[in-house]
Design a protein. Structure first.
Length: 127
């Protein structure tokens, strides 16, 4: 439910903005930023327990965009919030995808099935 509320707020802010071709470069930069943040989170979580690795991945790669969008809109007008709206939508999609992927991996690891050895916190048996 909270996801839909945040998405609705982002949509309301984005509706006040007239997007142009220049925002394509902003969108690409945001994708690179989220990917770099995800890489940093994954690197920080490397060699840790699965729960810690997941927490580091999500908290490092997802930032609070709603507050920044509100401040930018108040200070500089609706056009200033457009990049943050794009970022918000990207982060919502990213977080949902990562949470689903982590849930599937954790379930596979718990069952000892395929993908268990790929789980960040999986214990590897040495022969």
């Amino acid at each position: 439910m909270a996801l839909f509320a945040v998405a609705a707020l982002v949509a309301l802010i984005a509706a006040e903005v007239h997007l142009s071709v220049g925002y394509v470069a902003v969108a690409v930069a945001l994708v690179v930023f989220v990917a770099s943040s995800a890489f940093a989170g994954r690197l920080l979580g490397w060699r840790t327990r699965a729960g810690v690795a997941s927490a580091l991945l999500l908290t490092t790669s997802m930032r609070d965009f709603a507050i920044a969008a509100g401040l930018a809109t108040a200070a500089f007008g609706p056009a200033a919030a457009a990049p943050l709206g794009l970022y918000g939508i990207l982060v919502l999609a990213w977080g949902t995808a990562v949470a689903g992927s982590l849930r599937r991996r954790a379930a596979a690891a718990a069952l000892g099935g395929a993908g268990a050895q790929d789980h960040p916190g999986a214990v590897r048996k040495l022969d």
